[in-house]
Design a protein. Structure first.
Length: 222
């Protein structure tokens, strides 16, 4: 697929690396052209550094890999309010939470995913990749992971990436990209449930920064 990545941070780098290894073509754009060029050179495999407006043009999917505070500026720079992302699966991994505390910062009980949908009319927003730290998706040479299977080559269960979205075709596209990083996609529901995923992220962040392993607070169903 032809994938655009808005952002040049850690998540952009690790998912970009995994997706280039899976054979996808990547275009990178962000606030800093210099950082975009440096990341494109690092990823190799024909990765291009382009202006944000060109990142979203003609892509099979776009990853919005920026902090929640930079979302509006980068969507403006990409022309999203003008409809440049209409019809495109737009992956939203953002968490609008207070750093180190996990308290939600979106107003009136809304979700960041819905706010992004408002800022990018016509885009098929899919909430995904918001629960694990970026380092989770760092490609590992051993064991090898299959892009077409939910299980790595060593037979251990893959981590699950829960997703929310309103467009079935967009969910299918993002599910493929989830599998390409060695994880198992699971659709939680429509974008109306994105707030729930964002609250879970806040819960996990709050426990982790408080010194508690979040895994110890989640029931294990036999």
């Amino acid at each position: 697929m032809h994938i655009g990545i808005i952002g040049t941070g850690t998540l952009a780098a690790v998912l970009g690396e995994a997706w280039t290894h899976a054979g996808h073509e990547i275009a990178i754009g962000g606030r800093s052209p210099e950082k975009a060029r440096a990341l494109a050179d690092r990823l190799g495999h024909g990765t291009q550094a382009v202006a944000p407006r060109h990142v979203v043009a003609g892509r099979d999917a776009v990853l919005l890999a920026v902090s929640w505070g930079g979302v509006e500026d980068m969507l403006q720079a990409s022309g999203a309010p003008e409809g440049t992302l209409a019809g495109t699966p737009l992956i939203d991994p953002t968490n609008a939470v207070e750093h180190g505390v996990g308290t939600m910062l979106t107003a009136d009980g809304g979700s960041m995913a819905r706010r992004i949908a408002e800022l990018a009319p016509g885009a098929h927003v899919v909430k995904a990749f918001n629960l694990f730290p970026a380092e989770q998706w760092q490609p590992q040479p051993q064991p090898q992971q299959s892009a077409s299977s939910a299980l790595p080559a060593d037979g251990k269960s893959a981590v699950t990436v829960p997703m929310c979205g309103d467009d079935p075709a967009a969910l299918d596209v993002v599910s493929r990209l989830v599998r390409d990083v060695g994880a198992a996609p699971t659709v939680l529901g429509t974008l109306d449930r994105a707030r729930q995923l964002e609250e879970v992220a806040g819960f996990v962040i709050g426990l982790a920064f408080g010194g508690t392993d979040p895994n110890s607070a989640i029931p294990r169903i036999p």
